[in-house]
Design a protein around this ligand. Structure first.
Ligand code: FDA
Length: 325
């Protein structure tokens, strides 16, 4: 049980996280932020570019450094069929460009970008177009996991896709109480899981609300996945969990080709490098596109110090603009 003192100490941090996540859903702010030149330099740390042409050199540079990649064509919460179709077209073009450029034909997508809110069948058909494009180049597609209201639908759409082509993976969040059961049922069908902590502000009825509980669940699920030998992707920048993973694989003699670490573009490059130097497979999640606002806000929420970093960059940029006038 968390002490009252600990609760009080963590409260401002949690409030900041909740605030940033709630701001991530504000479309009016998104429009404002995307148009402002002030945010550009900070966003560039987390987003590889606003267009595929800008992102491709960044992906190629990661490959030259020995890192693997999965590419996210940014977008989510789509409510019009036209926009969902445009998103599918962008993915298909991205997969072709990655394959032609000799880069990993590996992509990550969100089902709310594929029209899940419009209809399950519509979304499934859109997803299957991407699965077919990936199959054509022997690639891989991962369904990101959104907030808990989308979990059942995401797993159901994933199951249908995975029956058609096995190189389709899904994401499980250690923050959710249901995840232990989900991991068991996905292991039972040999499904490919990316394990992460969870980037959404979930209610206590469905989620663990303390970092300690989320981390402890991550450690439990990670061990289960490594021992089940289902090529899990361990998506975290948490040095303690990474150390625990390497301890498990080294003590159990689990091969380095039986799992991979995954990290986000622009986050803990030192750790990415260190794991690579130790001979581990590291895949970087590389987002690109104009609809970076909600993704970016979730990155701020994960590390409140990033807000200070952003404010300093904005003040510096504004100073530069004023001096140039
Ligand atoms: P934690 O938040 O405890 O951070 C550990 C350390 O990592 C911090 O102390 C800091 O040094 C560094 N760090 C973490 N985030 C940072 C940031 N934004 N900026 C700078 N430093 C940071 N979530 C989800 O809900 N659905 C999904 O599909 C995915 N997909 C996904 C893919 C990949 C490849 C990764 C790495 C992560 C996700 N996530 C996700 C996000 C995930 O749920 C989680 O919010 C973040 O990874 C942050 O959690 P950590 O495990 O890094 O630990």
């Amino acid at each position: 049980m968390m002490s009252l003192v600990e609760n009080v100490r963590l409260a401002p941090q949690r409030t900041m996280r909740s605030l940033l996540i709630s701001l991530s859903q504000r479309r009016s702010l998104a429009r404002l932020a995307v148009r402002s030149p002030l945010t550009r330099p900070v966003v560039a740390r987390f987003v590889a570019g606003e267009t595929l042409d800008l992102a491709l050199p960044a992906i190629a540079a990661l490959k030259r450094a020995g890192l693997h990649t999965t590419v996210d064509v940014l977008g989510e919460s789509v409510t019009s069929p036209e926009l969902a179709t445009t998103a599918v077209d962008r993915y298909v073009a991205t997969i072709a460009a990655l394959s032609e450029g000799g880069l990993d034909p590996n992509v990550s997508l969100k089902l709310t970008q594929m029209g899940l809110a419009i209809g399950r069948d519509f979304c499934q058909a859109n997803v299957m177009r991407i699965v077919e494009a990936v199959r054509g180049v022997n690639g891989f597609v991962r369904f990101d996991m959104e907030d808990h209201t989308q979990t059942d639908a995401t797993l159901e759409v994933w199951r249908v896709a995975q029956d058609a082509y096995p190189q389709v993976g899904v994401v499980i969040q250690s923050a959710l109480r249901r995840s232990s059961a989900d991991v068991d049922s996905i292991i039972a069908v040999g499904g490919r899981i990316r394990l992460c902590k969870g980037a959404y502000d979930e209610p206590g009825s469905v989620a663990y609300r303390t970092k300690a509980a989320v981390d402890a669940n991550y450690a439990r699920l990670m061990e289960r996945l490594l021992l089940a030998d289902v090529y899990p992707a361990l998506a975290t920048h948490d040095p303690k969990l990474i150390a625990k993973a390497t301890e498990i694989v080294e003590s159990r003699g689990i091969g380095r080709d039986r799992f991979e670490f995954q990290m986000l573009y622009g986050v803990r490059r030192d750790l990415q490098r260190a794991l690579l130097d130790r001979g581990y497979t590291v895949r970087i999640y590389v987002p690109y596109g104009q609809e970076w606002y909600p993704y970016f806000m979730r990155r701020l929420a994960e590390r409140p110090a990033n807000v200070g970093f952003m404010l300093r960059a904005i003040v510096k940029e504004e100073g530069r603009r004023i001096r140039a006038k």
